[in-house]
Ligand binder design. Sequence first.
Ligand code: PHB
Length: 562
Amino acid sequence: MPSTGSADASVGPLERGLAVLRVLAHAPGGRLRPSELAKATGLARSPVDRIAATLVRLGYLREEERELVLAPRLMVLGAAYLRASALPAVLGPLAAELARELDESVSLAVPDGDAVRFVVQETRRRALSVAFRVGDALPAERCAPGPLFAAGWSAGQWAAWRERWAADPRDEGFPAVPPRTAPRPSHDDFRALAAAAGERGWAVDDQLIEPGLIAVAVPVRAPDGGIVCALSIVSHTSRHSADELREHTLDRLRRTADRMTAALGSPAAGPGGVGGVGGGLAGPGGVGAPVADRTAEAKRESGPQYLQSLARGLAVLAALGEDPRGMTLSAVAHATGLARATARRSLLTLRNLGYVDAHDGLFTPLPRVLDLGYAPLAGLSLGEIAEPHLTELVRRVHDSASVAVLDGEDIRYVGRVAASRTMRVSVTVGTRLPAHATSLGRVLLAGLPAAERARWLARAGLAPLTGLTLTDPDRLSAVLDRVAEDGYALVDQELEEGVRSIAVPVLGREGSVVAAANVSLHAGRTSAQEARTRVLPALRETAERIGADLAVVSGSRPSAPR
Ligand code: PHB
């Protein structure tokens, strides 16, 4: 495609790139082969390949065994919307407080066209039911918040709802919801339901999603009276009937909603009503910091496969998280390092596609941005985040690699990729081993604050597992000092004869040790020296990549992945 800067050359790739991301986000496991992507998007194979090459280069997708897979870095887009909305930062703590008080799940959802999209999930007792993630969308007619939003719909919005209702009778456009079991309301039924909800100021979901799952929702209003989002309590029929849930919780819900309205109007929430509150993405990769336009350089390096206007459009979208009051064209150009005309083209395309709102010269991202893979990625565990990186490491070093966390006196494996060679230590995810005798454990212990380490050493049994196991707390403490200084631990046959292992810390956003990654080696095949010179550099790179992904994922949700 000639880079003439004409409307076609610059707008097309962004629109198609977003279509590819949405299709992948809705695919099971967030993965598809390029040929499947072409089929699902209706695009020819060669634009799909160029879009994929660009998105892989940007770190938004991964290639894995000829499939394209959503990568955690993609969450920066949805995070930009969440940050700009300021709803998680301003209202999240109040939702968490209510969930604690009632010991029930609490969520906040915003209207997104004729859908309802979650922006906060405080989950309790969900073993019995599907658990929705931040970014998941439900059809308005199949949840408690829907009728509250529909009460204010314009004729155009009702028409859009009817169109979708007719085109997607099985809710296939909503990958998070199980197939429908409850009967579908007619248009008139749902209109009546919405009118009643609007009047009463509450709505109930009596098992519209799945048998057993019930919810009650109330509107949360901005100080000017407009509905900003819906606050829901979610429970199960094993605990209450839907009516009982409403009777027990409606007052509490309303009180919390009123406090939320006050919070939205407080000076801390910024002059635009909401916003002005921190809690965004920072840290490695500078997510949330100005997005430099490195796309020209990438274009030079990657050649004609690289779609600069797609890269620039996504940089614009990511940059919009920086100011909850909305950003002017100049601010966007400044934040991205793009020329005004280029930034403007991206913004207009994004607005036309429903990802960005424009008002009084200010641009803000819309909830639809969360449809670009946020929810599936928000559900990843630490092990799932680590796995592709461990796989790559095993390919490089030809020995098994793992990620573990500290759990009492033990380490617990949360991610593991075995090399094809059979090892004598057979470990799987969930395996626990004594922390003191493993390289993973020593890295984790070395990362503890001094007082915590001292308490741990005073409590731990330090049992000998081989003739070489260190069992003296003072000597172990000295070794841990050394590990902290060196940034790695090498443990030689203290866990099991013949096994040598080397581990490094995985650092969280604030530089604390959140996990450890290791490679376990056959002592007869790999010397300690070789572990340091050949394995350690690759292991360090892997730990950095895991840490960078973790920073994006945990920066976008209240609790760190386990
Ligand atoms: C949820 O937060 O999981 C939820 C909220 C409202 C519903 C159903 C589920 O109607």
